[in-house]
Design a protein around this ligand. Structure first.
Ligand code: IPE
Ligand code: IPE
Ligand code: MG
Length: 263
């Protein structure tokens, strides 16, 4: 769960104009299309999910090599419980297995693993495995890999408001004093820069309840490539597209070439 205390506050894209770099500092990915990848090969959907883990392994490595600071991936949404029970339990088992199997490689690659979402719905066994993997990689200084499971942007916002009001009941007397600065620290991943680049594979052009607050000024990139086929080359194409974007954050094009303007 999110913690309200942050040592150094990353820029909010709505309160100030963040610095922009050629390589995205934070990439957020909806890894979609596993089921269709498998169906196209007359395989069970589960085979697609397995290949999805392999694709993620490669993308984590590629992001590390490219100098990306943070990668956040959507692995299971708060709405994915609506899937057939058999698929849900397969996904839980796969997550458990991946946590146990991948931690060694994550440690070696200096990847710091985080898991965000409402973990209270998970089995004790899975929660313990999450805690173990997270604590074993906590001191790593490389890429911050956040896996969103049983995550929803609306859940994130609601739990942030609930926690803020629990900590500061006096705010109920003066709702106008509830500012972005007060709420933001309670949101997931508020110690990271907001995502610069959002990638959704699988052809759908929607955000499906992912990082609703954090995507305020994120550049959106959609590709028809199905997640198991998304590789280093596909990532490079997304980064190429990102580099062509003019990130104005509300300003005009002309302002981008002149001196920074206070907002
Ligand atoms: C994404 O792939 C993985 C999860 C949502 C867990 P899908 O399983 O949604 O694959 P498609 O969209 O049905 O092809
Ligand atoms: C979004 O994919 C969630 C994950 C990739 C984990 P979905 O396949 O669940 O999204 P919708 O239902 O097509 O919007
Ligand atoms: Mg899907």
């Amino acid at each position: 769960m999110q913690s309200p205390s942050q040592p150094s506050k990353p820029a909010s894209s709505t309160l100030e104009v963040p610095a922009v770099s050629l390589v995205p500092r934070h990439v957020a990915v909806i890894m979609d299309g596993n089921g269709r990848w498998a169906t196209a090969r007359h395989l069970p959907r589960m085979a697609g999910h397995e290949r999805g883990v392999a694709a993620l392994r490669k993308i984590v490595q590629a992001c590390g090599e490219q100098g990306v600071e943070a990668l956040t991936v959507f692995a299971f949404s708060s709405e994915n419980w609506r899937r057939p029970e058999e698929e849900v339990s397969f996904l839980m088992g796969l997550f458990l297995m991946a946590l146990e199997r991948e931690v060694k490689a994550l440690k070696e690659a200096q990847v710091q693993l985080r898991v965000v979402g409402d973990l209270s719905a998970f089995s004790q066994k899975l929660r313990k495995a999450i805690d173990r993997a997270v604590s074993q990689t906590a001191d790593n200084k490389g890429l911050v890999l956040s896996v969103a499971v049983n995550y929803g942007g609306r859940w994130d916002l609601l739990s942030a408001v609930q926690q803020l009001m629990t900590d500061h009941p006096e705010l109920a007397q003066s709702p106008a004093s509830i500012t972005e600065d007060k709420l933001r620290p309670y949101l997931c991943l508020s110690d990271l820069p907001e995502p610069d680049l959002f990638i959704r594979t699988g052809g759908e052009q929607r955000v499906s309840n992912f990082m609703l607050w954090q995507l305020a000024y994120t550049e959106l990139y959609f590709t028809d490539t199905l997640w198991p086929d998304f590789d280093e080359q596909a990532l490079a194409l997304a980064f190429d597209s990102y580099r062509t974007r003019e990130r104005r954050f509300g300003r005009t094009s002309a302002q981008l070439t002149s001196k920074p303007v206070a907002c």
